[in-house]
Design a protein around this ligand. Structure first.
Ligand code: ZN
Ligand code: ZN
Length: 341
């Protein structure tokens, strides 16, 4: 039995990160107690740290929705998981009651809560979580570090499935070579015939993208792209960069009848000509629910090569001080993860 709840990284308010002691309550019937090993930092976390996150969120907040840990205790009603089992889990907690959950699409849930965004997350020694959020890693060999990429991989897979349901992409342009852009490269390259060009100004990220399958990497400011590639060259454009300049890039590069997939939410404006006369299809995706098992299998099949995406490992307890000295520590490379155990 634990005598202490351990530590948690807490965003007290924008710009103020602390390591705080946690009190654990008794487990309820369908909950488990997880001892967290690693937690990834994603673009949403970076915005939450600095107060730039625009969706529903709360402070103070324990961030972290990309994680891996081990079950160390479970409630009486937990049958599917065992103590000692390695697990990861969903970011979104759907209500299951609203009209969207029951009849349409739970991604549109009107009462959704998100671990690490609008409810406390996993940047902590120990976390109590409902079993319905969990996915087992007991049958796979993926490393603990790489397991932090499962949640973003599920998000990317779900988006690519939406955008390619009625097309077989041949020429794909990916804007931004962060974690989502590189995972998108890997996932698209697992389809036959797809050629991927990826653009970013960060050479470290582009090198990783090349190693993980990109056919062409372009080190260039996004807004110069229209001068670099022919009009209508790509049947799928995947936007992960978040830059507001991408509107013109997309207008120029997407083929008539092609598709655009947004993982970011930049403030862009389009001429309606894009989807009326050019009949371009616009897709977007934010969550990974329904794709975790496939994401686990894909990353597991890639073996140790995916660990290349992780460019920075920081001890949980040291993170507030390191971040306060240099905020760019979380954006310089590709994926930063926090080592909890
Ligand atoms: Zn994320
Ligand atoms: Zn709902």
């Amino acid at each position: 039995m634990l005598t202490s709840g351990g530590r948690a990284l807490k965003i007290e308010s924008p710009g103020l990160l602390t390591i705080s002691p946690v009190k654990l309550r008794t487990l309820r019937e369908h909950e488990v107690l997880v001892s967290v090993r690693y937690v990834g930092i994603c673009g949403s976390d970076v915005k939450l740290f600095s107060g730039r996150y625009e969706g529903p969120h709360v402070y103070p907040l324990v961030p972290g929705h990309e994680w891996v840990g081990e079950i160390i205790a479970k409630g009486a009603g937990v049958q599917k998981f065992s103590v000692g089992e390695r697990v990861t889990g969903e970011c979104s907690i759907y209500c299951g009651q609203c009209q969207f959950c029951r009849e349409i699409n739970e991604d549109l849930c009107t009462s959704v809560k998100k671990h690490g965004i609008s409810a406390n997350g996993f940047a902590a020694d120990y976390v109590i979580v409902n079993q319905s959020s969990l996915h087992s890693l007991k049958d796979c060999e993926i490393s603990d570090e790489s397991a932090c990429l499962i949640e973003p991989a599920a998000v990317v897979m779900k988006g690519i499935d939406k955008a390619t349901a009625h097309m077989d992409p041949h020429d794909v342009l990916i804007l931004g070579a962060g974690t989502l852009g590189i995972l998108a490269t890997m996932i698209i390259k697992s389809k036959p015939n797809a050629k991927v060009m990826i653009v970013d100004i960060n050479e470290t990220r582009l090198q990783i993208a090349r190693e993980l399958g990109a056919d062409q990497v372009v080190a260039m400011d996004m807004k110069l792209m229209p001068a670099h590639v022919g009009r209508g060259s790509f049947d799928l454009v995947v936007e992960t960069s978040g830059f507001s300049d991408v509107g013109e890039v997309i207008n120029h590069t997407v083929k008539p009848g092609g598709s655009v997939l947004f993982f970011s939410q930049p403030k862009v404006s389009f001429s309606t000509d894009l989807f009326v006369s050019k009949m371009v299809n616009i897709f977007g995706n934010i969550g990974g629910t329904g794709k975790f098992r496939e994401a686990i299998e894909l990353l597991d099949s890639k073996g140790s090569e995916i660990v290349r995406l992780i460019t920075n490992v920081i001890e949980l307890g040291e993170f507030p001080q390191i971040y306060s000295q240099d905020e760019s520590v979380v954006t310089r490379g590709c994926k930063t993860i926090l080592k909890v155990k």
